[in-house]
Design a protein around this ligand. Sequence first.
Ligand code: UD1
Ligand code: UDP
Length: 347
Amino acid sequence: KKIISIIGARPQFIKHAPVQLELQKHFIAKTIHTGQHYDAAMSDIFFKELKMAPPDYHFSLSQTQQGAQTAEMMIEIEKVMLSEKPDAVVVYGDTNSTIAGSLVAAKLHIPIIHIEAGLRSFNKEMPEEVNRILTDHIASVLLCPSQLAVDNLAKENIRDNVFLCGDVMKDMLLLAASFVGNKMGDRPYYFATIHRPYNTDHKERMSAILDAFQLMDAPVVFAIHPRTTKRLEHYNIDLNKYDNIIMVPPVGYFDSLSYQQYAKGVITDSGGMQKEAYWLKRKCVTIRKETEWTETAEMGHNILLFDKMEELPAIFTREPLADFDEELYGNGKSAADIVLKISQFLN
Ligand code: UD1
Ligand code: UDP
């Protein structure tokens, strides 16, 4: 049987690495890279670091608007589906690559396997929330990282072929553990990433975030996503005054884990890093009003902050409320479990 996985954005390269290892043991397992992320630091580096074969198909997109970008991907994905005729497609998470692949597959009656199904932020202004809800409603197999995700689907009357399998990012984190050294020596620092439009796409908001970083009691290593770089250039903010911020381009996966592991704390609006910070037992402040990874927030390890950015330094002086749950979102064997469920579905 033949499976085609569709990936396109940074976190999807990371999620696909452990899944592809398992898929190729049982299937003809091909990969489409939609080209959504294209800079070497957002794409190539992960294929190299995680020792993934180059994708079988790799598009280059000319559009960046939400609708046009998704449409352009769909045109290219459909051509591949028509010629390859896979038995199923695998999609991950909630990006425009996810919905593009799902819509094409649904209309060609190819079963959709959705990895990281059932997540909800309940904020439909996020493009991701729309992408994940629609994908879940047309998927044939829904692989959930948590019981909460399973419950979310049940509330929307999605109950067939829903499986609790844990999170493949945990698999990848455990696989990577031995490659992660300490990049900063004894120097105390915080690690930050910001890329959500509601944080980057307003000058005042972006400035308030940088002002808060400037107030921290140790330097903030800020790995800047290309969306954010473009906004910063556009706003013409004087970055020289932020001498407490160490601004670096997007880093590789091992460096990202290293920066998180040895930091005094993590400051982010990333989905994946809320989980990684938790698994690495680092306090995380998430610069958002809500999170779909609610379990990380329940114990006080992940704290949401949005309006009062000046409270950022004080949050890190508070003690965590409880121990970490060692098996939150799985035990590192999710990819194998997921591929077993796919095999059972296709047989
Ligand atoms: C996308 C996902 C988001 C995910 C994030 C992971 C959607 C709707 N959003 O957001 O869910 O959390 O990826 O990082 O799918 N750009 C570059 N080089 C690149 C990639 C992007 O310059 O390699 C620039 C482009 O100008 C682009 C902008 O960044 O317009 C935003 O990229 P896009 O893929 O549309 O959304 P992200 O913010 O990356
Ligand atoms: N990441 C990385 N380099 C960076 C920032 C993040 O490798 O400069 C990794 C991070 O460790 C995690 C994943 O990228 O594994 C998260 O992706 P991102 O924040 O882009 O997307 P999200 O998870 O928010 O969809």
